[in-house]
Design a protein around this ligand. Structure first.
Ligand code: 9L3
Ligand code: MG
Length: 145
């Protein structure tokens, strides 16, 4: 029997991983610079899981590629049904809690700004629509992290 694929859900949607990273009571947010349709929108940074790739491993790779930091995945921020968050017809957002082991996040190939937002500052940036709810859920938990 083949192992179940890691980059798609049981119902065939692509898994996009995103990082909820807290430091000193603030949540890391990054402003996308591409593609043009998403540019200017703020997100929990991450990207698509590649075929055969473990989702946590994919998040480590994305954060190193995009923001130059080494992270460690320490948990998850579960969505409405106890799992993934809705993204679009073809994909879901899987939000993983992580901490930075090395480096300071810096905008690079995918973003043009990064910010550490206090929970009450979450509304000060225009989030990508699918990130609004998971970012709020992540921020709600900051006190207990
Ligand atoms: N996406 C939405 N919110 C996020 C992330 C990391 C990604 N927090 C969406 C944007 C793209 C798709 O998922 O349409 C794939 O993301 P990427 O590989 O372009 O970062
Ligand atoms: Mg990305």
């Amino acid at each position: 029997m083949d192992d179940a694929p890691t980059h798609v859900t049981a119902d065939g949607r692509r898994v996009v991983v995103a990082a909820a990273i807290e430091s000193r009571g603030r949540l890391l947010a990054a402003r996308r610079s591409r593609p043009e349709s998403l540019a200017g929108g703020w997100e929990l940074p991450g990207g698509k899981v590649e075929p055969g790739e473990d989702p946590a491993r994919a998040l480590v790779r994305e954060l190193l590629e995009e923001l130059g930091v080494d992270i460690e995945v320490v948990g998850a921020v579960h969505g409405p049904d106890g799992g993934d968050w809705p993204l679009d017809d073809r994909s879901v957002l899987r939000v993983l809690r992580a901490r930075i082991d090395r480096g300071d996040p810096e905008a690079g190939v995918a973003h043009d700004e990064v910010r550490w937002l206090a929970p009450r500052e979450l509304g000060s940036v225009p989030w990508l629509e699918p990130d609004v709810a998971p970012a709020a859920a992540a921020a709600l938990r900051i006190d207990t992290w």
